[in-house]
Design a protein around this ligand. Structure first.
Ligand code: UDX
Length: 446
């Protein structure tokens, strides 16, 4: 009999994982402590913007017309304990306020709530991004607190999904990493991932600390790659070089590769910034702060990008933001997402507002979240409306919609045709031909 699966925590990661497990043919029960979230998901609605997720949810959620009915949601740990053979823990580990370390309280309380309901043999699988060493501690807690004792086993299975591609990344992962301490756990996870494994996703089987570290290392590498190219952008600007051409040339080297070399206002979101900080904090606790000292530089290069964008905007505005109208295209931390957590775009918009600029923001999907975080900024229902009367236009999140904008039409409604491309993603020639001064980070002025 196929194992029954539960997913604890139905945020980005958990909601996607639950729907994907149902798609793979399993009976799934998702749990969240938020009754509102559970009501929304049970009604077949996804509380965030993630392409393809709502369709997948509706394909499986019980009660939706034509759905497989394999997916249900609850707020009861008791029900989860009774139902599941394999429990995936997908709660978040945000950065602690005012500290580098991540907040483990959601993970700790998920384990503490689940353990007393594990009365028969079960596999608990951690997916949350945690400081190395957590799995060992949580495994001991399970054995101690679960009525099933040693029958309640732990595995660690980090998740590498990207927002905007969550469904695709979950159904067709580019690798599956599992940290296990028994053959039984490995066998059970091989069964869960049978389809992606058959389709060619590589499997790496390892111990707890390595599995936990893979995630921290992967995100650190990605962050480093972005900060590397952004550091090159700084030098290009100083020397009159073109970072886009430089990245293109670097990318032809197979050992470097072309991805994650787009210079701009840097990385944001709920993962990369907090994960590199939590990794540094953990290395410090382990007595190896030197090993990750370079990540401090990665972080500071990244944060400098935002300030530099503000400086360029101020320059384009004539030296001061007072009385200046600035249109900001983009609020999400990246396109195809409505997530504004640590969004470079919104940070730049906020800084300009605080320096006296009159900022109007437009984003195709993140308006509601942006308004909640920054209610004092101006918001417009379209790029054209945001640009109406603007002295300077900033392109800060590279939505496709912005690449397809008509520079001539936008030129008609603005006061000053100054465009700053914070993502190096627009066609400079098209904008210049339509009479704009186009400037991008790390590239020569026209
Ligand atoms: C990241 C990891 O990619 C994923 O594997 C992990 O599971 C979670 O963290 P995500 O946060 O969804 O995923 O976004 P990602 O696509 O990695 O982009 C992160 C940030 O880097 C964005 O702000 C993006 O705009 C920026 N970025 C990305 C660049 O500035 N330049 C690039 O070349 C690529």
């Amino acid at each position: 009999m196929a194992p029954k699966i539960t997913v604890i925590g139905t945020g980005y990661l958990g909601a996607t994982h639950a729907a994907a497990m149902a798609e793979l043919g399993f009976e799934v029960l998702g749990l969240d402590i938020s009754p509102e979230k559970i009501a929304t998901l049970s009604a077949g609605e996804v509380p965030m913007y993630e392409p393809g997720l709502e369709e997948l949810l509706r394909k499986h959620v019980a009660g939706h017309p034509g759905a497989s009915g394999r997916l249900r949601f609850t707020t009861s740990y008791e029900e989860v304990g009774e139902f599941g053979d394999i429990h995936f823990v997908c709660v978040n580990t945000p950065q602690k306020h005012g500290e580098y370390a991540c907040d483990m309280s959601y993970v700790d309380s998920a384990f503490a709530s689940l353990a007393p309901h594990l009365r028969r043999p079960a596999l608990v699988v951690g997916k949350s991004t945690v400081p190395v060493g957590s799995a060992e501690r949580l495994a001991a807690l399970l054995t101690e607190q679960a009525p099933a004792g040693e029958g309640a086993e732990l595995a660690w299975n980090p998740e590498f999904l990207r927002e905007g591609f969550a469904v695709q990344d979950t159904l067709h992962p580019d690798r599956i990493v599992i940290g296990v301490t028994s053959e039984r756990a490995e066998k059970q996870l091989r069964e869960v991932y049978e389809r992606p494994l058959a389709e060619g996703s590589p499997l790496v089987v390892t111990d707890f600390p390595t599995a936990e570290l893979v995630k921290a290392a992967a995100n650190s590498f990605l962050a480093t790659k972005i900060s590397f190219i952004n550091a090159m952008a700084e030098v290009c600007e100083a020397a009159g070089g073109d970072v886009a051409k430089l990245a293109e040339a670097l990318g032809h080297d197979d050992r470097i590769g072309p991805k994650f070399l787009r210079a701009g206002i840097g990385f944001g979101g709920g993962c990369l910034p907090k994960d590199i900080r939590a990794f540094m904090a953990r290395a410090g606790e382990l007595g190896s702060p030197q090993a990750l000292a370079f990540l401090r530089e990665v972080d500071s290069i990244n944060m400098r990008r935002r300030g530099h964008m503000v400086e360029l905007a101020r320059e384009a505005a004539g030296g001061s933001f007072l009385g200046v109208r600035v249109a900001v295209l983009g609020a999400a931390f990246k396109p195809d997402s409505d997530d504004v957590r640590d969004s470079p775009a919104l940070n730049v918009a906020g800084q300009i507002h605080l320096q006296g600029g009159q900022v109007t923001v437009y984003d195709p999907k993140a308006m509601e979240n942006a308004r909640r975080v920054f209610p004092t900024l101006g918001y417009a229902p379209s790029a054209l409306e945001a640009a109406r009367g603007a002295d300077v236009v900033l392109h800060l999140t590279e939505w496709r919609e912005f690449r397809e904008l008509d520079p001539a039409a936008l030129g008609e409604v603005v006061t000053g045709r100054h465009l700053l491309d914070g993502r190096n993603a627009l066609d400079a020639d098209r904008w210049r031909e339509a009479g704009w001064t186009y400037r991008a980070l790390g590239r020569p002025r026209a």
